[in-house]
Design a protein around this ligand. Structure first.
Ligand SMILES: [Mn+2]
Length: 335
């Protein structure tokens, strides 16, 4: 149990106790740690007698997540569509800055709504009086397990399923840096409670379409290496996306960079996808987070993330963006 969580748990519970109606929001391009943490928090808060609304935020919830318990109750609205006056507390999960809540427009929190932020990304300056940032944890869902334990919330099957799937995904199946003995102990506790955890994983991972595989094929075909062959960048153009009939890349961009780590000599890998003309989504992975901290690279372009996994949206043509990344990587890393 992290001392930070122990220290912050009572203050967050005090915010919850004084709230009547609580808002939760999935982050843009939500991953299972975002959706799972929102849904687990919803069930936990409801067990404390609170009225809770989860909104989908900017993006659609991927079909592959719709079997997470509670997912069908996620309200189909973004931050700017929901009536904020109905809520007196907003708990932001798996997000460390206001501009990560929505990319659609600047997020302004009304004075009638308190804000609590709970996250495991590299800390940015605190923007709320009550924030819990524990960046040594591999998933927001793992923070929530400890937080709920501190609160005395009973972890039922609904909460356990959502926490488990978030932890499983953000740790790359319990193997990324940051995964600890505690992660495994908590996972063990959770799988004891979940009716069928292998089904939970399988339904999420094996619910793709032929277009998903075609996307990976396109990305892997377009890989070029730089900096002595140690930086590898894949690229999928907007024209490629149109040709493949892919409107929403979901987790495929991050999936591409994760799989590119398989090549021994590629120390830093990046998957670049032109989401709309002139807007390149970049997902980076590092094999050695100490020597090649990719969160520094993405922060140079206004993004963020973890030392070993980080992302950013960069404007420009594919060639321009590749040039910028290669130049910055050359400057930052000793390659
Ligand atoms: Mn996360």
């Amino acid at each position: 149990m992290s001392p930070i969580i122990k220290e912050k748990a009572p203050a967050i519970l005090a915010e919850v106790n004084k709230a009547k109606s609580i808002l939760l929001c999935c982050h843009p391009s939500p991953d299972p740690d975002s959706v799972g943490s929102c849904l687990a928090m919803k069930f936990a808060l409801e067990s404390l007698g609170k009225k809770v609304t989860v909104i989908k935020g900017d993006s659609e919830i991927p079909e592959a997540f719709m079997h997470f318990p509670g997912a069908t109750d996620i309200v189909d609205m973004n931050f700017f569509e929901i009536n904020l006056a109905e809520f007196d507390l907003f708990i932001v999960l798996d997000v460390n800055a206001l501009d990560r809540i929505s990319l659609l427009a600047p997020v302004v929190i009304p004075s009638t709504m308190d804000l609590v932020m709970i996250d495991h990304h590299q800390p940015k300056p605190a923007i709320t009086n009550v924030s819990l940032i524990e960046s040594t944890y591999p998933a927001t869902c793992q923070i929530l397990f400890d937080l709920f334990t501190e609160w005395g919330v009973k972890i039922d099957a609904n909460i356990a399923s959502n926490l488990f799937i978030g932890m499983y995904t953000d740790t790359g199946g319990f193997k990324y840096r940051g995964t600890s003995a505690s992660t495994y102990k908590i996972a063990s506790t959770l799988v004891d409670i979940i009716p069928d955890f292998t089904q939970l994983i399988s339904k999420m991972e094996n619910s793709g379409t032929p277009a998903d595989i075609a996307f990976y094929g396109k990305a892997y075909t377009n890989i070029k290496t730089y900096l002595g062959g140690h930086l590898a960048l894949s690229s999928v153009s907007y024209a490629d996306l149109v040709a493949l009939g892919i409107a929403d890349t979901g987790m495929k961009v991050a999936g591409t960079s994760s799989r590119m780590c398989a090549v021994a000599d590629w120390y830093i890998v990046g998957a670049l996808t032109e989401m709309e003309p002139g807007k390149i989504k970049c997902s980076f992975r590092s094999k050695d987070a100490v020597k090649y901290d990719v969160s520094i690279l993405t922060m140079e372009f206004g993004g963020g993330g973890h030392k070993n996994a980080a992302g950013v949206m960069i404007s420009g043509s594919m060639n321009e963006v590749v040039e910028k990344i290669v130049a910055k990587a050359k400057e930052l890393y000793n390659l």
